[in-house]
Structures are given as structure tokens and as C-alpha cells.
Write a protein that binds this ligand. Structure first.
Ligand code: IMP
Length: 185
């Protein structure tokens, strides 16, 4: 039995996207990526921390040749609003140059993190960069971001679970929960 709602830091979150819906969508994304990159080697670049669970599921849906790498991008801190500033770190040497890169992100909100990441990676001369994001809140987007592989479009509600956190907590829930009540952002 899954919890219909959870409580984190005194805030209540209701069940929003079930793990079954997520699993189905991840398999569909995997099929698309397998088709598009057939015969090629793809580097999955998992954006830490939020996309570690999504990336782990996504890579297991791939049949093509692929490599797995991680990069850290911090933008939110403990707040539930984008701070604008993005700190990128933790990428090893020689991982990007001349390769097909798939950025695997948990959520694109304002797009500040993704814009900073793409800008950073482009300077490292990849063969191609594509974006795969589990979630997207288009209403809050302030950057031009082309998400080639998108799991779900959602309204501007704060969500947790399946790797996504609220002030560091809640990543472990297999389903995704959304903040309830009047304070839904
Ligand atoms: P952006 O830079 O505003 O697009 O925000 C992207 C980052 O903010 C994501 O990688 C997440 O870490 C975090 N984020 C945005 N919205 C949420 C949310 O609803 N729940 C948890 N984290 C979020």
C-alpha cells in the first residue's frame, strides 16, 4: 500500500505521479533514445543529486552502447524557489569532448540550471548535447531550453520523491508527491 500523502518539514504532500506511471514513461523514453542513438555510443550525464534515481532507471531501459557519468549542479539550497545562481562541479577530465551527451535531469523549472549546464558543457566540445528531463514546469521557464526527451509536464507545484527533495529530505519515496494546500509552490 502506498502512502496517499506524506509530511516533510511540517508541509503536507499528496500523491501526484505513481511509481507505475513513472516506470511506464521511463520505458517509453528508453525506447525513443534506443531508436535515436542506434549504432552510437551515448554518454548519460546524470545531474546530481536529484536525478540519481531517474538516471539509474533510464540507463536500465537502454539497449544501445552507453556510458554513465555524473555532474553536480546546485541552484536551490534549502529554499523552494530558484535562487538564479548555479554552481557546477564534479565533472572528470575528458568525458565530454567528441561524444554524444545526454543530460539526465530530474526537473526543469526556470531553466536556470539547465541553461548554465549546457553553456558549461558546450565549451568542452561535445559531438552533441541533448536533454532528458523527467519533469518540466513550463510556466516558470525563463530560458530557452529544448528538452528532447520529457517525462511529464506539470504545473508550478513543488514536488518531492523519486530523487527529488525538499530541503534535502524525501528523495527516497518511489512515487512523486506534490505540495498541497494554498502554498503549492
Ligand atoms: P531551475 O534551475 O529553476 O530550472 O531548477 C532546477 C533545479 O531545481 C532542479 O534540478 C531541482 O533540483 C530543483 N527543483 C525545481 N523544482 C523542484 C521541485 O518541485 N522539487 C524539488 N526540486 C526542484
Amino acid at each position: 500500500m502506498k502512502a496517499k500523502s506524506i509530511s516533510l518539514g511540517g508541509k503536507r504532500f499528496g500523491l501526484y505521479i505513481s511509481k507505475e506511471m513513472i516506470a511506464r514513461r521511463v520505458r517509453e523514453l528508453g525506447r525513443e533514445i534506443n531508436h535515436d542513438f542506434e549504432g552510437k555510443t551515448l554518454v548519460l550525464l546524470c545531474v546530481l543529486n536529484g536525478s540519481f534515481i531517474f538516471a539509474a532507471d533510464l540507463i536500465r531501459s537502454l539497449k544501445i552502447d552507453c556510458e554513465f557519468q555524473t555532474i553536480s549542479a546546485k541552484s536551490y539550497g534549502d529554499l523552494m524557489e530558484s535562487s538564479g545562481g548555479v554552481e557546477i562541479s564534479g565533472l572528470g577530465e575528458g568525458i565530454i569532448g567528441g561524444k554524444d551527451i545526454l543530460i539526465v535531469e530530474d526537473i526543469v523549472d526556470t531553466g536556470n540550471t539547465m541553461a548554465a549546464l549546457v553553456n558549461f558543457l558546450e565549451k568542452l566540445s561535445p559531438l552533441s548535447i541533448n536533454i532528458c528531463s523527467l519533469l518540466h514546469k513550463p510556466e516558470l521557464l525563463v530560458n530557452e531550453i529544448n528538452i528532447k526527451y520529457l517525462g511529464f509536464t506539470i504545473p508550478p507545484r513543488f514536488v518531492v520523491g523519486y530523487g527529488l527533495d525538499c530541503a534535502g529530505k524525501g528523495r527516497q519515496f518511489p512515487d512523486i508527491y506534490a505540495l498541497t494546500g494554498s502554498d503549492t509552490k
